[in-house]
Design a protein around this ligand. Structure first.
Ligand SMILES: Nc1nc2c(c(=O)[nH]1)N[C@H]1C(S)=C(S)[C@@H](COP(=O)(O)OP(=O)(O)OC[C@H]3O[C@@H](n4cnc5c(=O)[nH]c(N)nc54)[C@H](O)[C@@H]3O)O[C@H]1N2
Ligand SMILES: Nc1nc2c(c(=O)[nH]1)N[C@H]1C(S)=C(S)[C@@H](COP(=O)(O)OP(=O)(O)OC[C@H]3O[C@@H](n4cnc5c(=O)[nH]c(N)nc54)[C@H](O)[C@@H]3O)O[C@H]1N2
Ligand SMILES: [Mo]
Length: 897
């Protein structure tokens, strides 16, 4: 190994250097920075670490390689690595583009600047390995997670896996292998083995399958809002759960700050007074988790009651564009005559959905609900936004439908300054069809087999391992992404008049790949038992993560920085940017890509590597770059993104034709980023459902009737067919007390009665230290962000808890420990346990030490099978055992130095 590599790998983490390198990045993360160009450049070049002269010297004579962060945080920012002698010696970011109010650089955050430790961390997996006490035929499953490891060769690993797959599939047959993640599926498919794979509503919550509800007007389903520059025309943004400053890194917060500067007022319903609320000077409306539907209904009720001849409600819009709101506007396909307005008035259940009714549920005063309801009236320009978080709750399957109805009542759909839809992840605050598009790589010549996946929902997956019956359809997967009208074909194969037939599977092997399910899937405590219950577990990845740790055989996999370049899937990035993955360094020790790992194992079964494709990765990349296109000034026509010369083709060593384009291919590959610049009044604007509003008959939306459906029979039928909820859904949205919601903190759900032993509600903010579970092991980030549990002052005082105390957070499913962070910015009754730490179980007590939120969530299947993580009842108490250390004090897991 080159001396310089050793130096870099061995350099010790230093707090002082970290702080030095990260100040500018922090400003970008918090969205605080309208940093001038000079200081921006300084931040772009500020190397993450520096060990003084040694590294500075080493840096001369290397080269910068631009490559984006590859993680799933929604940021997708440009990171650059300075590489010398095959070693990453420092990092940079986007300093190619200008940075002003409207057009921002795609700058890295603290995590982006830590990427070198993802690629080159000492705790990366270096070699294939097996558990010491695992041998075929004598597996000691009880030692999974606590055994020691021994290094083996790729050949040995491939032989073991081959033998076990043959044995298990041969003995137990179809569906005896469960894959978590997708990387092993290509092999099982080619081997004609039928297996089980899991699906989840993870991110979207109940916004998961919006086709039948009529969103996605010609673009992706999360793009049912207006262009970000049109938001300058709003009077108000009313948001349900909204914290881009933490959960949408990149430029989302900067965009919202521009709106604020233009005079837009923000009203944010959130259990936390977030950094976003603070930056945007929002009116904070504290709301209990899982109760947004009650708040929305009460505001709809007020609009209906207080409307004087159209002072609040846009009756013309309702009449022309909507069905199901009242008895004179009913869709043809409804099975009941119930309409939404009569439901609000209490005609069917005797309960009027008044602000007083909602106050008892949501914790929001009736006066505040009235005040916001008036703001939602038709004379204001309002964008109603909902993060996915409020929909990552049980029994809120009709929330997206209800949010649309609320917006429709004020006519906030289809015109400038008005829209209704979700906002989260990479599409936070930046909506509309793409302005620069990835081209096609063309076919790669891979050959498939007949092996098929039976799907199991994450809410049922651990129970399925224990042989319990589960819903094997993937109807929501089929609809998800099928587009505004494609859902009709996607559900054509399903009989929605009856409950789907549940099945069991003889699962005896788990193969976990590019997922971290023992951290990110609900019910992780049962998940550990499931891992320990089967006959064989294989894992492949970058680190000994919580999931990988419970395997028998672990395979080291390359990161994106060690692979031939590829495009970043455009669905991951803002509409105005394209980024490209480049190879930065050679594979780490014996790491192989997932595809190479599958080929190596496949060879033991007699499969040839060509079955995974015959076209080189370089050619595939070239093809997709060459066919990438960018919109012209007119906003209508498109041109090639890159120009290509004969010399370029020679230099790449690929087949291709020269072409004209916007920028030379060499510049694009060097920058790693292309941005379409925007200005107010350009031709790239977008108003969602504009044509529909103008002429709904000529431009129907994707619902069964083509109109906005306050009564949506298709959606109710789909939900009812799944068998996840006993109580049938009606076509109109109705309030149901969520499982593990506020009502469940009371004995028998009686709001004026006694509290249960789990009187608090727990939510899982997406946390700056990590992208889900990724980066949890990075010492720099551990030092910068402590991952405490957030408690309100009142709840802490009631329990005698002080800042910094080790506390135990318990639910009916499990227990975990954290240091307390006591704050007035959290609504009393609510606990904030950040998403994503790697579980670390004390085997003696069964208590998790890491603050894992999923170690204490349960396996609850309701409605569409939504992962309702943000509905969870807990208690918090001072821990009487030993205090836990700071995460940064825990040594890294370094195997085989
Ligand atoms: N309680 C609770 N649970 C949640 C959430 C919540 O809010 N609360 N949020 C949910 C959401 S929104 C999401 S999106 C999910 C995310 O759930 P996951 O997708 O499981 O989360 P990640 O941490 O991104 O896990 C990806 C894993 O794959 C590994 N990996 C990355 N690239 C490769 C590769 O090329 N090959 C291989 N073999 N491995 C690779 C990474 O190292 C990491 O271990 O979590 C969900 N879980
Ligand atoms: N730093 C970081 N950023 C991330 C990720 C990450 O892991 N780390 N993950 C990315 C991914 S894949 C996704 S899907 C997105 C998710 O993005 P979001 O869904 O927006 O993320 P959250 O942080 O879970 O929640 C946002 C806000 O909703 C509030 N909230 C929670 N429950 C409720 C509720 O019932 N009602 C209301 N009104 N508010 C509620 C929370 O307090 C929080 O302030 O984040 C992305 N960004
Ligand atoms: Mo997500």
């Amino acid at each position: 190994m080159a001396k310089v590599l050793e130096e870099v790998l061995n350099r010790k983490f230093s707090r002082r250097d970290f702080l030095k390198g990260s100040v500018a990045a922090t400003a970008a993360v918090a969205g605080l920075g309208f940093v001038g160009k000079e200081s921006t450049l300084a931040s772009a070049e500020s190397v993450a670490p520096s060990e003084g002269a040694a590294v500075a010297d080493a840096a001369e004579g290397g080269k910068w390689v631009a490559a984006p962060c590859w993680h799933n945080c929604g940021g997708k920012c440009l990171v650059r690595a300075y590489v010398k002698d095959g070693v990453i010696v420092r990092q940079g970011t986007d300093n190619f583009n200008t940075d002003d109010g409207v057009n921002r650089q795609q700058r890295a955050c603290l995590r982006g600047y830590s990427q070198q430790y993802q690629a080159r961390g000492l705790d990366r997996l270096k070699y294939p390995m097996k558990r010491k006490n695992w041998t075929p035929g004598d597996p000691h499953p009880e030692l999974r997670g606590i055994d020691e490891w021994e290094r083996i060769s790729w050949d040995e690993a491939a032989t073991y896996i081959h033998d076990e797959v043959e044995r298990i599939n041969g003995t137990y047959g179809d569906n005896s292998i469960l894959t978590l993640g997708g990387e092993a599926n290509s092999l099982l498919n080619k081997l004609n083995i039928n297996y089980v794979n899991s699906w989840t509503t993870s991110s979207w919550g109940t916004w998961y399958a919006p086709g039948p509800l009529g969103w996605g007007d010609g673009c992706n389903y999360y793009d049912c809002n207006n262009d970000r520059l049109d938001f300058l025309n709003c009077d108000y943004v009313v948001a349900f759960g909204y914290n881009p400053a933490w959960a949408a890194l990149g430029n989302a917060t900067n965009y919202a700050v521009e709106w604020k500067k233009a005079g837009v007022k923000f009203i944010i319903f959130d259990p936390i007074y977030t950094d976003s609320a603070s930056i945007l000077d929002a009116k904070w409306v504290p709301i209990r988790p899982g109760t947004d539907m009650a708040a929305m209904m009460a505001m709809a009720y007020v609009m209906l009651e207080e409307d004087k001849d159209g002072s609040l409600i846009d009756w013309d819009f309702l009449d022309r564009c909507c069905l199901g709101q009242d008895k004179d506007h009913m869709p043809a396909d409804v099975k009941s005559e119930e309409n939404f307005f009569d439901y609000l008035r209490g005609e069917y259940d005797g309960v009027a959905k008044t602000p007083e009714w909602a106050e008892a549920i949501t914790g929001i005063s009736a006066d505040t609900l009235r005040e916001v309801a008036r703001i939602l009236g038709k004379d204001n320009n309002v964008a109603i936004l909902s993060s996915w978080a409020s929909a990552r709750t049980y029994d809120t399957d009709q929330l997206p439908q209800l949010a649309t109805c609320l917006g429709a009542m004020g006519g906030h759909i289809g015109k400038s300054g008005n829209c209704v839809g979700p906002t989260a992840w990479n599409h936070t605050n930046n909506f509309g069809p793409r302005l620069v598009k990835v081209g096609s790589s063309g076919p790669n010549g891979a050959v498939g087999g007949t092996g098929k996946a039976t799907m199991v929902c994450d809410t049922q997956v651990w129970n399925a391992v224990f042989g319990e019956p589960f819903n094997p359809t993937n109807i929501f997967n089929d609809i998800n992404g099928a587009g505004p009208n494609g859902w009709k074909d996607a559900i054509a194969g399903y009989d929605l008049t009856k409950r789907v037939d549940y099945i069991t599977a003889p699962i005896k092997m788990i193969w976990t790949t590019n997922k971290a399910k023992l951290t990110t899937c609900e019910g992780a405590k049962k998940g550990v038992e499931a891992f320990r219950s089967v006959e064989f577990v294989v894992a492949q990845g970058h680190f000994l993560t919580a999931s990988n740790k419970y395997a028998d055989i672990v395979l080291p996999i390359t990161t994106n920085w060690e692979r031939e370049g590829s495009y970043v899937w455009e669905g991951y990035i803002n509409r105005d940017i394209l980024l490209i993955n480049r190879k930065v360094v050679e594979p780490f020790y014996e790491a192989k890509s997932d595809a190479e790992a599958m080929m190596t194992i496949g060879e033991k079964f007699g499969l040839s590597p060509e079955m995974w494709g015959t076209v080189s990765a370089k050619q595939l990349l070239f093809n997709s770059v060459a066919t990438s296109t960018v919109i012209k000034e007119d906003g209508k026509t498109w041109e090639n993104l890159v120009s290509i010369t004969e010399d370029d083709i020679k230099e790449w060593g690929v087949e291709g034709e020269p072409q004209e384009g916007r920028i030379p291919i060499s510049k694009y590959m060097e920058d790693g980023i292309y941005r379409v610049d925007r200005h107010v009044g350009d031709n790239f604007g977008y108003i969602d459902k504009k044509e529909f509003r103008e002429d709904p008959e000529a431009n129907p939306i994707g619902t069964a009737s083509g109109k906005i459906e306050f009564a949506n029979q298709t959606w109710a039928d789909i939900l009812n067919s799944q068998g996840f909820s006993e109580e049938p859904y009606s076509a109109i949205p109705k309030y149901r007390a969520p499982t593990q919601g506020y009502e469940d903190t009371f004995v028998d759900g009686k709001l004026d009665g006694e509290k249960t032993e789990f009187p608090l509600q727990c939510i899982n903010p997406h946390y700056q230290r990590r992208s889900h579970s990724i980066f949890d092991n990075i010492p720099w980030l551990r030092e910068a962000m402590h991952n405490p549990v957030y408690l309100s002052k009142k709840d802490a005082a009631d329990r005698g808890i002080a800042e910094g105390d080790t506390v135990k957070i318990s639910s009916k499913y499990g227990e975990t420990l954290r240091h307390a962070y006591v704050t007035a910015r959290l609504m009393p009754g609510v606990v904030g346990l950040p998403h994503g730490p790697w579980i670390r179980i004390d085997e003696a007590t069964g208590i998790d030490q890491s603050g894992s939120e999923n170690y204490i969530t349960g396996n609850v299947a309701r409605g569409l099978g939504c992962s309702g993580y943000n509905t969870l009842n807990v208690e918090v108490s001072k821990y009487d055992g030993e205090a836990i250390p700071e995460d940064v004090e825990i040594p890294q897991t370094i195997l085989f130095e």
